[in-house]
Design a protein around this ligand. Structure first.
Ligand code: SF4
Length: 308
């Protein structure tokens, strides 16, 4: 029987075992469907790929590996998975947890030991944010490891909420309309970085981690504070989710439905060269409240806009 159905330990109180099993099964199916859809929409994985799955010990990367393993069994194409963890030598990092878990899964894996923690501590003054240097060092190491392992794709566990938070951070604090790509070429130009969880909500990975009992390694081992601005955006999105159901989904949908002629980027749209040549313009100057009812979004989980 599906392990998801078996584990009712983390279920909310007051629900029957049957209902919990049903919900867990639905959750597993939803995750497989959304990850499969993102992979298909962005052509993330192709026949013959060797995918390095980056595993931090957090809920999202555990869920990513688990779902990719399920999809690989069902996929009509052949691809390999290699789990990789970078042990950055943070104090008290429980380095036995991931190898034990991965051995039990029976999946090829590699643990890369690199003391980036000491480098970051040495270079960043006390009290300053360490994450930017730490991430840059980690990225470089992961690219090298992908090369050494012969992996042409690098899969990361970022989900829908990470993408939206980054979008708002860039807009609010960076003055840019820019999110987090679902697929991109790595900085060194040699690998494809993919985010198969791009359509998955964070609350689903949280619940899935509970259901599956992943051996989570807390992410505060380095003593670093979570980015305050990201925390604020998270809070904002959580409030919207409660007060205006559907709003967050619509914002996410808007990332796939861009109309460059109605933004202000002169590099993206040739405003200077447009001419009134007598041809009807279907986009016109229609405002939101004049638009016809929106057609269903191609992005999963999107609630169509309601007219009043
Ligand atoms: S939280 Fe710690 S491990 Fe994570 S990026 Fe920041 S400094 Fe690095």
């Amino acid at each position: 029987m599906n392990a998801v159905l078996d584990n009712a330990a983390a279920a909310p109180a007051g629900k029957s075992a049957e209902k919990i099993a049903l919900e867990n099964n639905k959750l597993h199916k939803r995750l497989c469907r959304l990850v499969g859809q993102a992979i298909g929409d962005f052509n993330m994985i192709e026949d013959g790929d060797k995918v390095m799955v980056c595993l931090s010990g957090g809920k999202d990367s555990y869920a990513l590996l688990d779902i990719l393993m399920t999809l690989r069994e069902r996929a009509p194409i052949n691809f390999e998975l290699v789990a990789v963890n970078l042990d950055q030598k943070q104090p008290n990092f429980p380095d036995h947890i991931l190898p034990a878990y991965l051995k039990q899964l029976g999946i090829p894996f590699h643990i890369e030991n690199q003391d980036t923690y000491s480098i970051v501590k040495r270079l960043i003054p006390e009290g300053k944010t360490t994450c930017s240097l730490c991430s840059r060092l980690r990225r470089g190491i992961l690219y090298r490891v992908a090369d050494e392992l012969g992996c042409n794709k690098i899969a990361l566990g970022h989900h829908r909420d990470d993408i939206l938070e980054t979008f708002f951070l860039n807009m609010f604090f960076g003055g840019k309309l820019k999110g987090m790509p679902a697929k991109l070429v790595s900085d060194d130009g040699k690998h494809m970085v993919i985010r198969p969880m791009a359509y998955v909500k964070e609350e689903d990975t949280e619940r899935y981690a509970e259901v599956k009992g992943f051996p989570i390694i807390p992410c505060d081992l380095c003593g670093s504070q979570e980015n305050l601005q990201r925390k604020q955006i998270k809070g904002l999105m959580r409030d919207w989710e409660k007060k205006f159901p559907g709003r967050v989904e619509n914002i996410f949908s808007s990332l796939s439905t861009v109309v460059p002629s109605h933004l202000m980027d002169r590099d993206l749209f040739g405003f200077k060269d447009i001419k009134a040549d007598g041809q009807a313009n279907p986009l016109g100057d229609i405002a939101f409240d004049e638009e016809p009812c929106s057609t269903p979004s191609t992005v999963p989980g999107i609630i169509p806009l309601q007219r009043t």
